[in-house]
Design a protein around this ligand. Structure first.
Ligand code: DGL
Length: 233
């Protein structure tokens, strides 16, 4: 048993969608959320810069004595999770586009993955694509969508327009939201495609976190609700 907090980080607000999934599954845990919201926008950076920003987030989380860390960011996971696991003696849970569940549900359908340009370039993501060689998968990096969501959740009309454009151009049987920011507008994609055709990795990551904490006997013994702390690098 361990009452230390769980750390979660992202470039900005996208990881809040993951935090939400984790808190629903682990309501008695304390969480610390760290973002890079002063600089943000990791989706177009080279991998080495993303790794530096991710390390700065983990350093900040280490100050809180976190017992485990969730990289609530597909971009950071694809580019830096191996380095993070090497550099820190902490269990890490990453976020990966939920391509495998989408292929399982629509083995003969067209599956479109939307993600940041940085995610689409990473070898780790290419390994994931290799596992789905026999499926019809289209990868469509979105250079602007994460920053539109980060900066403009108030302008829902333009976000709806962007979602409609993607669905109209792709006409996918299943759509994989390969960036945690996109989960904020999941409901728009669901209204266009139907909930069963939209996939994200948040619940999978929350379940993985539960499994990791259970395996390592790191779950909190607390009976009351856990606390939430926010910080930034
Ligand atoms: N939320 C992040 C992801 O899941 C990154 C978005 C960004 O900083 O561009 O990839």
């Amino acid at each position: 048993m361990n009452d230390s907090p769980i750390g979660i980080f992202d470039s900005g607000s996208g990881g809040l969608t993951v935090l939400d999934a984790c808190r629903k599954l682990l309501p008695h845990e304390n969480f610390v959320y760290v973002s890079d919201s002063r600089k943000g926008g990791w989706g177009s950076l080279p991998a080495n810069q993303i790794a530096l920003r991710a390390c700065a987030c983990v350093d900040k989380l280490s100050e809180y004595g976190c017992k485990a860390v969730v990289a609530a960011c597909n971009t950071a996971t694809e580019s830096s999770i191996c380095a993070l696991r090497n550099d820190y003696e902490l269990p890490f849970v990453g976020l990966e586009p939920a391509l495998l569940p989408a292929v399982r549900a629509f083995p003969n359908g067209k599956i479109t993955v939307i993600c940041t340009p940085a995610t689409s370039r990473q070898p780790k993501f290419k390994e994931l694509l290799d596992k789905c060689k026999d499926a019809r998968v289209a990868v469509r990096p979105q250079p602007k969508l994460a920053s539109m969501i980060e900066n403009g959740l108030h302008s829902l009309d333009s976000l709806r327009g962007e979602a409609e454009r993607i669905v109209e151009e792709e006409k996918p049987d299943a759509l994989v939201l390969g960036c945690t920011h996109y989960v904020f507008i999941r409901y728009i994609f669901e209204s266009l495609l139907g909930a069963e055709r939209v996939f994200d990795g948040n619940l999978g990551a929350a379940r993985r976190l539960l499994a990791v904490l259970t395996e390592r006997e790191l779950l909190s013994a607390r009976e009351e609700s856990g606390s939430l702390t926010f910080d930034a690098i």
